[in-house]
Design a protein around this ligand. Structure first.
Ligand code: SER
Length: 414
């Protein structure tokens, strides 16, 4: 397999689907035109109206690399090889045009012939009784039946949200090899460890979930697929985690350099630099799309991400504001095609600068107060922080509770 940069892979994907007749759209905003969602969480979100049949597309098929934000798994970010708050979803879409046969065979063609992944390491999963998908995988692609796994709704049915477009899906998995396995005897396709990596989700969007949970058939049979660019890049670059790809590595290296730590030498500082790299990308892209820090909605998420990044920075000794320094690196990596980063560079810098300084002040005040309290407790041989202190820190000073817990942990206080 040929080594490629993340940018080359993005382009390869778009070119492939253009060659199949899809219309190319630039990424839509992270702020969706949809009151049911806070962020664009998947490539299909901007096209919801086409799925529902409320609007008609001027072309029946499309391809994008879509900026996405998902924060439901924020606690895992940095702890695993794959979780991110900001990521790019490579996706192809069809409304009443090609369906399962083409979606599956073309996805296979892209991965095996264009990217060069080893077909012998690939598996497919399908929804329980989706015989049509089974037939395509088995008879047309030629994947042996024992490499096609059937799973239920949790694994192989995709819902956009509580309401809206949904349908059964088929996922393409890639066996990274036994060295990536959790080692459990049950480790197989579907295991949550890193061995069988889910690379591409092909959704056959045929229903509109109603408020009462019922599934209303959509006017047309549709396709919605999503593959994480970061994940695909990690396979092609043969690295153990998305953070080691060229999409992330310069950010990781910079965080290590300013903190004076070495990546891979200490689990705690590795976690901190990964969180900082991840959140720095989110901050830049969110502000570029017009989000500002606030106490609600998207702005609250932005504020929370910035504070988390600063807090992780403190843990590796970054006491001075540092987040703006990541912007030129993000622009170098992703300024093409995301020209909004350059266009909004000054605004992004100003917003980060102000918010980071404000929070640094909060942190300083809170840390001083907490340090004093901890020394007092130690003198008294007391090992328990009064809950009222933690509350005052949070309520009056805006000092995050997790930070109080962490600082207490470090000092042996409960
Ligand atoms: N919408 C599906 C997903 O997010 C496929 O793009 O996985």
């Amino acid at each position: 397999m040929q080594w490629r940069t993340g940018s080359e892979l993005r382009k390869l994907f778009l070119d492939f689907w253009i060659s199949k007749g899809s219309k190319l759209y630039p990424s839509f905003s992270l702020v969706p035109d949809d009151p049911t969602l806070l962020f664009t969480i998947a490539g299909m979100v901007p096209f919801k109206m086409y799925y529902l049949g409320i609007k008609q597309p001027d072309h029946p098929t499309a391809v994008t690399s879509q900026k996405c934000v998902r924060t439901n798994d924020i606690d895992n970010v940095g702890r695993t090889a794959r979780h991110h708050t900001f990521f790019e979803m490579l996706g192809n879409f069809a409304w009443g045009d090609y369906f399962k046969k083409e979606a599956i065979t073309w996805a296979w063609e892209f991965l095996t012939e264009w990217v060069g992944l080893d077909p012998n390491r690939m598996y497919a999963t399908i929804y329980l009784d989706d015989e049509e998908a089974f037939h395509v995988w088995n008879k047309i692609v030629g994947l042996p039946a024992e490499r096609i796994y059937r799973f239920g709704e949790d694994e192989n049915y995709w819902f956009m949200g509580n309401t809206g477009p949904c349908g059964p899906c088929s996922e393409i998995m890639y066996d990274q090899g036994p060295e990536f396995s959790c080692g459990k005897p049950t480790c197989d396709v579907g295991c949550s460890c890193d061995r069988y990596l889910e690379i591409w989700n092909l959704v056959f969007t045929q229903y509109d979930r109603q408020e009462d949970g019922s599934l209303k058939p959509l006017p047309k049979k549709n396709i919605d697929t999503g593959m994480g660019l970061e994940r695909l890049t990690s396979l092609v670059q043969n690295v153990r985690s998305d953070f080691e790809t060229d999409l992330f590595r310069p950010l990781i290296d910079h965080a290590c350099e300013i903190a004076g730590v070495e990546y891979g030498s200490d689990a705690r500082s590795d976690l901190a630099v990964r969180v900082i790299a991840d959140h720095a990308r989110s901050l830049a892209f969110m502000i570029a799309d017009g989000i500002l820090p606030s106490n609600e909605g998207q702005g609250y998420v932005l504020r929370r991400l910035l504070r988390r990044a600063v807090r992780y920075g403190r843990l590796i000794g970054l006491d001075k504001p540092f987040l703006c320094e990541f912007l030129p690196i993000i622009i170098r990596i992703m300024g093409d095609p995301y020209s909004e980063l350059m266009e909004q560079q000054l605004t992004i810098e100003q917003v980060i600068h102000l918010e980071e300084n404000k929070f640094s002040h909060t942190l300083e005040q809170g840390t001083n107060l907490l340090d004093m309290e901890i020394s007092r407790l130690k003198k008294q041989n007391n090992e328990t922080l009064d809950g009222d202190i933690a509350f005052t820190l949070y309520d009056t000073y805006g000092f995050p509770l997790e930070l109080t817990t962490e600082i207490c942990d470090e000092s042996g206080i409960l």
